[in-house]
Design a protein around this ligand. Structure first.
Ligand code: NAI
Ligand code: PYR
Ligand code: MG
Length: 608
């Protein structure tokens, strides 16, 4: 079949564009090795006067050493058919692009219509990631302007599928891979990364990807997705982010046997050997980028807490699943108090059952406990408000083999291993949290029982991706006769039940980490503390929109939310003496943070 025939055949046109984008991306790796870096010049006074996200700051100029084809091949300078005539002249690309100067708006429209025309989520993912490889600014424009539509493709739930199929959809590498065979070389390897300035690293060892288990080196898709949200939501400069996977092997046998798998097909290294490996990585990145913030992502529970404890005082880092998730879950609970007509201090009376006693479950419960303590409870009293279950049932009397954090939640007054239904019947919880990764474990019996005792049951199945949620939105609404306050980790549509629309909220750590990154980079914060996550939670919970039934602003307002999170975090950092950069005298903190947000706009290209 000729190229023309492929093009004419509507069904085949997808294949054609995929072939074309393979040609236009992988080939570059072979043919194009950038020798000189572009240089970004920011004009501070272009931003400071802006006070709202609606007023987008004017783009500063972008100075580049590239000429001719190089300009088109670099995703930071490429703008497809949107190069102005001046740029075509200045940079020697006249004749290398189609004659019509297409506007940024039309380009964005075209991307959206292409996404809509694709039906398979993985094809949508593939299309968008290949756009990211070709034209970063256009990708971020579409993501920022249509967050609610695009985020579920490049983030949960589709990123879960992309991680499972990473070896199949691979086109070109993005980020860095440190494998067990790189031991002893990491401090030199970090210099292979082309950017001298890196603000945020998201690193995973692939051992617990969403609720999908060990996906080894395929886990790289998660840091890629998270960092796209740092840029789109927090305005972090896309040139200054680095996705990383630590490939210490995988215990996923199916992947090890897959000839297409791109990671080390050996069992994971463990124990001291593992911790020495991570240590070498941390030393290497901080030796090259002393001010970088490292986000630990999707590390399995046995290593997640120990790594956080080892590094939280030594380096500028945090664990997303433990700390950011804790913060957004607390925000959701505080907002649910408001929706129920209660005050923040009433949190001390909540009875909380949590399915899942791993990194996220423990992180969430510990974060809520910190808030209960601030609101007047003693530590031991706060722990009494919780009932945690894992895959063996309730953490109860006589349970052995627990980590120190889990052991603090053991209920000596109840039988170990009690089922969710038994616990709900005895405890009559006001809040039910799901962080188990086990789809459907909130049974109809348990939820109907809960709804007998509480007027507005708070039901948060937070596991990802969608089919790992502990229950669906419509189940929660139906089983509580429309009384549930619902939030989930992955997006669900609003639910129509008996002629009424029920608002569905998303409770995901994406509400948190982009703002944290913005505060850290703009204010040069040296360490991340629990108080910062507490402040972020309170701030997010206060951001109610027009619909008072919703817990807080929707994700389409993520830039606004991130600016607020960053402000709250920075205020704590100044109080704690942990921030070294301050706003200029005539700027508010809010304006200063806004001025640091990268905007997805085509800045005029100027030769360097
Ligand atoms: N909404 C959000 O922002 C976030 C959601 N999560 C989700 O939380 C889930 C758990 O993550 P981690 O705690 O890091 O994993 P983990 O592996 O550390 O912990 C999972 C816990 O669930 C328990 N569990 C497994 N099957 C169970 C079952 N059938 N019934 C009750 N408990 C069961 C395990 O025993 C363990 O205690 C994942 O699905 C993840 O996607 C994690 C971070 C953020
Ligand atoms: C959202 C997230 O970080 C997780 O599911 O692991
Ligand atoms: Mg995670």
């Amino acid at each position: 079949m000729t190229w023309w025939n492929i093009c004419r055949n509507a069904k085949q046109s997808t294949k054609y564009s995929q072939l074309l984008s393979i040609f236009s991306t992988e080939d570059y790796i072979v043919q194009y090795v950038p020798k000189r870096r572009s240089h970004f010049i920011s004009t501070e006074d272009a931003f400071g006067r802006q006070d709202s996200q609606q007023e987008k700051p004017k783009p500063s100029v972008y100075r580049t050493r590239h000429r001719g084809m190089e300009v088109i091949q670099d995703p930071f300078t490429n703008r497809g058919a949107a190069f102005s005539w001046d740029e075509r002249e200045r940079l020697g690309i006249r004749g290398l692009v189609p004659p019509k100067v297409q506007s940024f708006d039309v380009q964005a429209e075209r991307v959206l219509s292409r996404v809509d025309a694709l039906h398979d989520p993985l094809n949508k993912y593939d299309f968008l990631v290949s756009l990211l490889d070709r034209n970063e600014t256009l990708f971020y424009r579409v993501l920022t302007d249509h967050f609610q539509k695009i985020a579920p493709i490049i983030y949960t739930p589709t990123v879960g599928l992309a991680s499972q199929k990473s070896q199949v959809i691979f086109r070109r590498p993005r980020g860095m891979y440190f494998s067990k065979y790189d031991r002893g070389c990491m401090n030199t390897m970090v210099y292979n990364w082309p950017q001298d300035q890196v603000d945020v690293i998201v690193v995973t060892d692939g051992s617990r990807i969403l609720g999908l288990g060990d996906l080894g080196a395929n886990g790289i898709q998660i840091p890629i997705g998270k960092l796209a949200l740092y840029v789109a939501g927090g305005g972090i400069d896309p040139r200054r982010v680095l996705p990383v996977v630590l490939d210490v092997g995988t215990n996923n046998e199916a992947l090890r046997k897959d000839p297409w798998y791109l990671g080390i097909a050996e069992p994971r290294i463990t124990g001291d050997e593992y911790f020495r490996f991570v240590d070498e990585f941390m030393e290497a990145v901080y030796s090259r980028w002393p001010q970088v913030m490292v986000q630990f992502e999707d590390f399995a529970n046995p290593v997640a807490y120990p790594l956080l404890e080892m590094y939280r005082d030594k380096y500028l880092c945090f664990n997303d699943d433990i700390q950011s998730t804790g913060s957004i879950a607390l925000a959701s609970i505080l907002a649910s108090l408001r929706v129920r007509g209660l005050a923040t201090k009433d949190i001390v009376k909540e009875r909380i059952v949590c399915m899942g006693a791993g990194s996220a479950g423990l992180g969430v419960c510990e974060t809520i406990i910190q808030c209960m303590e601030t609101e007047g409870l003693r530590s031991h009293q706060a722990y009494r408000q919780f009932w945690l279950l894992d895959d063996k049932g309730l953490l109860g009397r006589g349970r052995v083999g627990l980590t120190p954090t889990q052991a603090r939640f053991v209920r000596d007054d109840l039988q170990d291993g009690s089922s969710l239904e038994e616990v709900v019947r005895i405890v009559k919880p006001t809040i039910l949290l799901g962080l188990s990764g086990a789809g459907g474990v909130f049974t109809e019996t348990a939820i109907r029982e809960m709804a007998k005792h509480v007027e507005k049951p708070v039901i948060f199945p937070l596991s990802n991706p969608v089919d790992h949620a502990e229950c669906t939105a419509s189940q929660a609404i139906e089983w509580t006769d429309g009384r549930a306050i619902f939030a989930s980790g992955s997006p669900f549509d609003d639910v129509e039940y008996q002629g009424k629309i029920y608002p569905i909220n998303q409770c995901n750590n994406v509400y948190n980490f982009p703002g944290m990154g913005l505060a850290v980079t703009a204010c040069r914060i040296s360490h991340i503390t629990d108080d910062m996550f507490q402040a972020a939670a309170r701030r997010i919970s206060s951001l109610s929109g027009e619909d008072k039934e919703r817990l807080f602003l929707p994700l389409s307002d993520l830039r606004k939310v991130s600016l607020q999170v960053a402000t709250a975090v920075a205020e704590v950092a100044y109080e704690e003496g942990l921030a070294t950069a301050e706003p200029p005298r005539k700027m508010t903190l809010h304006q200063y943070l806004l001025s640091h947000m990268w905007q997805p706009q085509y800045a005029p290209l100027v030769p360097l």
